[in-house]
Design a protein around this ligand. Sequence first.
Ligand SMILES: *[C@@H]1O[C@H](CO)[C@@H](O)[C@H](O)[C@H]1NC(C)=O
Ligand SMILES: *[C@@H]1O[C@H](CO)[C@@H](O)[C@H](O)[C@H]1NC(C)=O
Ligand SMILES: *[C@@H]1O[C@H](CO)[C@@H](O)[C@H](O)[C@H]1NC(C)=O
Ligand SMILES: *[C@@H]1O[C@H](CO)[C@@H](O)[C@H](O)[C@H]1NC(C)=O
Length: 312
Amino acid sequence: MSRGCSYWIQRLLMAAWLLSWKKWLSAIDIGAAAAAPNVKPQGNISKVEDAQNYHIYYGQTFKVIKNGIDGKSYLLIQSDTRMAGRTKYCTPRIKSFVIPLSNFSVDTTTSFPVSFFELLGVVGSMKGMTSNTVASECVLKMVEGGEISLINASEPQQLAPFAAHFVSNLDQFQACNFANFAATGEDSPLQRAEWIKFLGAFANLEKRANQVYKAVKDNYLCLIKVPEAKEKAFKPIVAWMEYQNGIWSFTKELYKLKYVEDAGGENVDASINKITYNISNPDDIEDLHAILCMKHTVGMQLDTIPLHSSKT
Ligand SMILES: *[C@@H]1O[C@H](CO)[C@@H](O)[C@H](O)[C@H]1NC(C)=O
Ligand SMILES: *[C@@H]1O[C@H](CO)[C@@H](O)[C@H](O)[C@H]1NC(C)=O
Ligand SMILES: *[C@@H]1O[C@H](CO)[C@@H](O)[C@H](O)[C@H]1NC(C)=O
Ligand SMILES: *[C@@H]1O[C@H](CO)[C@@H](O)[C@H](O)[C@H]1NC(C)=O
């Protein structure tokens, strides 16, 4: 088979994957081999087990990430292939990226887990971020040293020079190099953690991403068993509260409620979760105290978890 011919077969397969996604999904599920007899992925692959909002499919020289949260497909083309120089997509449905990314920037204004890049070992390719609200000392040092530039998210020309710009704010305008990292769309902590495989795919670090996720998952599932195994007269009632601008509120975020359950606690009554309390309002303060005390006097333990840092 000539090079040209296999090139076109590849293009056709890709077009089929991208254009009639649903039909091919079932075929791919049965097995990549069945869907495309001659296409075997090279290298290591990641399988998404728990996360709901993205899938990764592997071709021989490219990958496709289907991002369920925005309905977009990212075609990741291996840099050492002919396709990399020729193929460029930037349509409302499909975007292409050449991988492994030679560099990238991150929208850290809305909290972004830069620790994922550290775990993957690719912080060296991170060349820009939009705010220094990150907890990582290492990343902050790199900003100080000029290895990472602070860029202004409102200035499109500052975001353009990067091979990819990772964002987690779906509402903003999305240029061709933007990739949506939408872990916050997942309901459980483990599902969120599995988004490390999404980032790993852009760096050909599937094996590393799989290892990290497996370690996190094994640990998490092991920790869940601790409270499960304990014979308890009652479960502690937990109020995960947040304080912002003079307002106390019970968290409604599903992944935090799941943390509480998995740690062996019980979340405060769902009816209470809706209420916010303004510290400037004496009636509010009284109501809040009443709820907290009531829980206590009926013989349940009420733990309050302080404001979860928004830094990542
Ligand atoms: C799979 O990943 C490992 C570790 O990252 C790497 O050494 C190996 O070359 C990869 N395999 C292929 C076929 O790319
Ligand atoms: C970012 O750019 C916007 C729009 O040009 C400007 O108004 C704002 O002051 C800039 N922010 C910083 C921190 O430079
Ligand atoms: C990022 O990599 C691209 C090539 O993929 C290069 O053209 C660009 O100059 C690099 N940008 C930065 C900021 O390093
Ligand atoms: C809290 O109450 C004070 C006093 O009534 C009011 O001025 C303030 O706007 C309230 N804060 C919020 C966020 O509603």
